[in-house]
Design a protein around this ligand. Structure first.
Ligand code: ZN
Length: 224
């Protein structure tokens, strides 16, 4: 099984891969309960997801967090040093207050059939999304690529913010998504449960205060 440490080495290698996209920061959308809670997420699109699909996915993810009173700012980072040089925020070490999401087309051979990604909760920072799994779910024709990708990112961010807790029976933190879940995704009704929202808001607050929000019990390969 691929270990978290090998993933992290690959993550660092991403910074010098010759695949580029322009840094794009996008404004927060209005709506949701009033709150000062904010999360910044750096996104590395190694799977070359179409820009329109990625932006729509980020809008989905932002909506899900906005329902909890948390505003998400997405930083779409380039993947080359030369491009990132103009945007030093993307090549500086990711601070523990942020989450970094890598979308990749490469999947571990032993990845569980239901897994769309992994959150390396021991780092408190790094999330990987396996885009071929997004495409597999989209082939069912219930939810589109953006909706599934946005919910997959939100799910893994949930792992990062909730710590090493089990999947839940209901809502976006379910471990395997059924056709009914995909219908809820398409309708925008696949959200965090209220008790999860409380914990996530607390984690977001800690991050805003500059505290590392990772939990002490650390799994080897993160939370799927
Ligand atoms: Zn999971």
């Amino acid at each position: 099984m691929t270990t978290a440490s090998s993933y992290l080495r690959f993550w660092k290698c991403l910074m010098v891969m010759p695949i580029g996209t322009a840094l794009l920061t996008r404004p927060l959308l209005a709506g949701g309960p009033p709150s000062n809670l904010k999360l910044t997420v750096q996104v590395y699109n190694s799977a070359s997801v179409a820009p329109g699909t990625l932006i729509a996915a980020e809008d989905e993810g932002a909506r899900i967090f906005r329902e909890m009173g948390i505003a998400v700012r997405w930083l779409n980072c380039p993947l080359t040093i030369s491009e990132a040089a103009a945007n030093p925020i993307c090549i500086a070490p990711v601070p523990p207050s942020r989450i970094a999401v890598r979308i990749t087309s490469e999947m571990p051979a032993n990845l569980a059939e239901s897994s769309l990604g992994v959150a390396f909760t021991e780092t408190g920072i790094y999330v990987t999304i396996y885009y071929p799994r997004v495409e597999e779910y989209a082939k069912e024709g219930i939810a589109n690529h953006s909706q599934i990708l946005g919910h997959a990112i939100a799910h893994e961010m949930g792992h990062m913010l909730l710590g090493p807790v089990p999947h839940s029976r209901f809502g976006i933190m379910r471990g395997a998504w059924t056709a009914e879940d995909l219908r809820n995704i398409a309708m925008g009704a696949f959200l965090f449960k209220p008790y999860q929202s409380v914990l996530i808001r607390q984690a977001a607050m800690r991050r805003m205060q500059g505290e590392k929000a990772s939990a002490p019990a650390l799994p080897l390969v993160g939370q799927y």
